[in-house]
Design a protein around this ligand. Structure first.
Ligand SMILES: [Fe+2]
Length: 256
């Protein structure tokens, strides 16, 4: 079995299990406890830890029940809004779970206290892994709900600065509509056209549209390309700064 198990939930949410040693796993944003319990059972894993990216119910809905049934530790930001948290994390905290290190990256924007979790590869056979919650999506980004565009854009750039081969596991399956949106702005972008075809093929084959990689996101995620002349020209904002371009893209996506 792969070390990451993707569990679809609530129509477009992704919950993740990460097996960090033979028998033990952590769960990321477990909104639905029965889906997680079934998957643990299926893979013969014990849940020791929950990682939460932000307080929204569609990321935390299953936390209390899982804590009660498994005795796992709950780790996340913002204890005020997520009372089940046992260990509060903030930017640059490094968690040791089993033999792995998990780096906490504060990414305010979608909410004020959103964080992402990054596992650098411990050897060359392993993948670097990033859980992005509702900050960076495959081909898109989360809505700006509690901060301004500058703050959200800065958070996205922090994620984009991680190594190119990092696997990106996001919190929702909005991948198809993100690339369809991108083509409304840049209909002739060959890389985006090709990525959309790949995504459609993956969906037809019954696969998940995650993970993507940081390299793919930098090349084809329209929000990460806010500073390019191509996007500025497409939006008729030739002299605008990247943050204003990003804000305009986000505004258009909100009503897409
Ligand atoms: Fe959210």
């Amino acid at each position: 079995m792969e070390s990451v198990v993707t569990i679809p939930a609530f129509g477009d949410n992704f919950i993740y299990l990460y097996r960090y040693d033979k028998n033990n796993a952590l769960a990321v944003d477990p909104c639905d406890s029965s889906a997680v319990l079934n998957s643990l059972n299926e893979h013969n894993l014990k849940l020791t830890t929950i990682l939460i990216t932000h307080h929204h119910w569609d990321h935390t809905g299953g936390v209390s029940d899982l804590k009660k049934k498994t005795g796992c530790e709950v780790i996340g930001p913002d204890k005020r809004r997520i009372p089940a948290i046992d260990r509060v994390v903030d930017d640059k905290h490094v968690l040791a779970i089993g033999n792995i290190e998990i780096h906490v990256i504060a990414t305010p924007g979608h909410t004020k206290t959103s964080v992402c979790y990054y596992i650098p590869a411990s050897n060359e056979n392993e993948h670097k892994i990033l859980w992005t919650g509702d900050t960076l999506f495959a081909g898109g980004c989360g809505r700006i709900m509690e901060c301004n565009a500058q703050t959200m854009f800065d958070s996205l750039l922090r994620l984009a600065s991680l190594p190119d081969d990092t696997l990106v596991y996001c919190g929702h399956d909005y991948t198809l509509e993100n690339y369809e949106f991108a083509l409304t702005i840049e209909p002739d972008n060959k890389a985006v056209q090709q990525r959309l075809q790949e995504i459609k093929q993956t969906i037809r084959a019954g696969g998940f549209t995650v993970p993507s990689t940081i390299l793919q996101e930098k090349a084809t995620n329209i929000f990460l390309r806010s500073d390019t002349n191509e996007i500025k020209t497409a939006l008729k904002m030739p002299d605008a700064g990247a943050v204003d371009v990003f804000a305009e893209l986000r505004r258009r996506k909100d009503i897409f």
